[in-house]
Design a protein around this ligand. Structure first.
Ligand code: HEM
Length: 276
């Protein structure tokens, strides 16, 4: 029996890592968009109805598949298809979430605890409705509405948003354009430093007409929701803490991301996923 036939998550990590380098794409790495895939799988959770979340890999089905927030994630899903074929024993829901934590570590971020056992729903009966993912043009009320629904407090919300240290916006997908930091394949606390230290003003992406914030030399961008983190005093408090203390940011990010990965998942004493 070879490594491809039996569950071996260390082997899965190695196989996933092979997918990341992609010269010619954005900053030469698929790791940021794969992290975003993992977050969007979990970001549909609704604590009030206990629906959504990463179990089931519901993004395979409409309407989640066609949610405007998920445009561009086909690149990540497609890249992981070769890994899925090589590791027949892994579910899509485990693969997509594990790939997210492997991406974080690959980019220099913390090791996030991850547990296996998710299953792939066989039909679309439990696909969450569209509209649960956060919208980048909104304000702090919207951010709190979404992240409270995800059972996250202000501190966890700010920590999670630190992931915008990596990756970029694409005018062909969201209509916004550019990266948040100068090294968008390095996971660190730069997002918070840049947010505090650059001078930001509103501008327009010429090709799409979408408005966003640009720094003085227009090399970096922020969404309206990112800027809310400095405009809102409770959020700002944590931005300042994380800009000063990367070790704490890594710890809090890791805790919050691990929590995100488990939303909607009930486990038995052995760690197996119950029901659903
Ligand atoms: C208020 C909450 C959030 C909003 C409104 C938001 C919005 C966005 C938007 C509009 C993009 C650009 C999509 C594109 O044009 O390709 C993006 C990219 C990204 N987001 Fe967020 N996001 C939020 C929270 C998060 C969280 C919590 C994480 C992870 C923990 C995350 C990780 C990422 C990553 C890694 C990218 C880059 C993807 C790439 O390079 O293709 N975001 N986000």
């Amino acid at each position: 029996m070879n490594k491809q036939d039996t569950p071996n998550y260390e082997y899965a990590r190695q196989e996933i890592t092979k997918v990341f380098p992609l010269p010619g794409l954005d900053d030469g790495s698929l790791a940021p968009v794969i992290l975003r895939l993992a977050w969007h799988c979990c970001g549909t959770f609704d604590k009030y109805t206990n629906t959504g979340g990463s179990n089931g890999a519901t993004m395979r089905f409409p309407p989640e598949l066609t949610d405007s927030g998920n445009i561009g994630l086909d690149v990540a899903r497609l890249a992981l298809e070769s890994t899925k074929c090589a590791l027949k024993w892994i579910s899509y829901s485990d693969l997509w979430t594990l790939a997210g934590v492997v991406a974080i570590e690959y980019m220099g971020g913390p090791r996030v605890p991850w547990k296996p056992g998710r299953i792939d729903y066989v039909n679309d009966k439990r696909v969450p409705p569209n509209g649960r993912l956060p919208l980048g043009y909104k304000d702090s009320v919207h951010i709190r509405e979404v992240f409270l629904r995800l059972d996250m407090n202000d501190q966890e919300t700010v920590a999670l948003l630190g992931a915008h240290a990596v990756g970029r916006c694409h005018k062909r997908y969201s209509g916004w354009e550019g990266a948040w930091t100068l090294e968008p394949t390095v996971f660190d606390n730069t997002f918070f430093k840049v947010l505090l230290n650059e001078t930001w003003s509103v501008g327009t992406v010429p090709e799409t007409g979408r408005t966003q914030y640009f720094n003085a030399d227009k090399s970096l961008m922020m969404l309206y929701t990112d800027m809310e983190l400095v405009k809102d005093p409770q959020f700002l408090r944590w931005v300042k803490v994380y800009a000063q203390d990367q070790t704490l940011f890594f710890k809090d990010f890791s805790d919050a991301f691990a929590k995100l990965l488990e939303l909607g998942i009930e486990r038995d004493l052995m760690g197996g996923v119950i029901g659903k």
